[in-house]
Design a protein around this ligand. Structure first.
Ligand code: NAG
Ligand code: NAG
Ligand code: NAG
Ligand code: NAG
Length: 307
């Protein structure tokens, strides 16, 4: 996640604006930010007694099938506040994540997918037990580190990511779809897909990865073609390392009206849904001013994601 949360929080209805050199972005040409994460960008901490309540989820463990789209939607919600979830009850959304491990009640059509945001500090304290509970409650996947290639987010070396991935993710092999760290689409040297490939190489076949995680942000101009080309590039890279699935865990436009974003979603969602190599995707993000107006699904943007 590389949003300008300061702007987002100040303006309320603003769309997050990633600030470094995104592929494909012709306007956002700033150097990577070295800002430390704001509180809203790191996992939300909720009482330890929070229970996983996914037993009514229709989701299946995707490792047990060769058809990842069977019986479920690939569409997910990247959210922060629990009170936005109720509006998505009965909508074509099957999973949600909040960059962390703790959750509140979920609509029955939505399964919570935990993320180990970074292999450091409090992010890992309760990871193994919460991930186990989530799986036994129906979570079909686990997400590893958020933008390890970005110093403003997890920001760790690819070698460190490869060894800690084995420590925190490998124990769940065969129990859930294990998703690699989600890299940014920065085109700065050593970031984005270059980082991803360095990470996969450093794993040397020892990281058990079922799907590659990645993000995409771009300008509105030619956006759907650029997104599709980028997704295809990521799929090809994953295949090179024997991985047949990718999850687009954040995506969106950096500078666009709600109508432009809705048009973009109408264009790319059917393509993502029908692409057999795409296991899941989540628009960035689901909160007031983006997909939502308060706690209701907004129009036209939210409606584009809800239909
Ligand atoms: C981004 O797209 C523009 C035109 O849409 C193109 O000129 C530019 O080379 C692209 N940049 C990258 C990094 O692919
Ligand atoms: C996967 O499941 C979907 C939805 O049920 C179906 O349309 C599609 O044909 C299936 N694909 C394969 C390869 O079985
Ligand atoms: C639109 O994007 C695609 C994929 O990145 C690229 O091949 C094509 O040249 C772009 N078209 C324009 C008009 O920029
Ligand atoms: C955002 O889009 C508007 C309208 O197309 C344009 O005038 C403005 O320069 C853009 N801003 C940035 C930062 O790209």
């Amino acid at each position: 996640m590389r949003p300008s949360w300061v702007f987002l929080l100040a303006a309320g209805s603003a769309v997050a604006r990633p600030q470094h050199v995104w592929e494909n972005s012709s306007t956002a040409i700033k150097a990577p930010s070295t800002h430390t994460p704001l509180p809203s960008m790191v996992p939300i901490s909720t009482p330890a007694s929070t229970k996983f309540l996914d037993t009514a989820s229709p989701l299946i463990n995707l490792r047990s099938t060769t058809n990842e789209s069977a019986g479920t939607s690939k569409r997910g919600l990247a959210y922060k506040a629990d009170n936005v979830l109720a509006a998505w009850s009965g909508k074509p959304v099957s999973w949600a994540y909040n960059w962390g491990v703790n959750r509140g009640p979920m609509p029955s059509n939505i399964a919570f997918i935990p993320m180990v945001w970074c292999p450091t500090g409090t992010n890992v304290d309760s990871w193994k037990s919460t991930a186990s509970s989530a799986i036994s409650s129906g979570a079909r996947a686990l997400l590893a580190f958020n933008e390890p290639d970005n110093s403003g987010q997890c920001g760790i070396s690819y070698a460190g990511a490869a060894s800690t991935y084995q420590e925190y993710m490998n124990p769940f092999t065969g129990k859930a779809t294990l998703i690699s760290p989600s890299v940014s689409n920065s085109v700065v040297a050593g970031q984005g897909l270059t980082y991803l490939e360095n990470f996969l190489r450093a794993c040397n076949g020892k990281c058990n990865i079922d799907a590659v995680g990645f993000h995409w942000y771009g300008d509105a101009g030619n956006a759907s073609n650029n997104l599709k080309a980028y997704v295809n590039k990521c799929i090809a890279l994953a295949k090179k390392y024997g991985i047949s699935s990718v999850w687009l865990t954040e995506f969106g436009l950096t500078n666009a009206s709600a109508q432009q974003q809705a048009d973009f979603l109408h264009s790319v969602l059917p393509w993502l849904d029908s692409n057999g190599a795409v296991g899941g995707y989540a628009y960035f993000w689901c909160g007031d001013g983006s997909l939502m107006a308060g706690t209701a699904i907004s129009s036209p943007l939210g409606q584009a994601y809800a239909s």
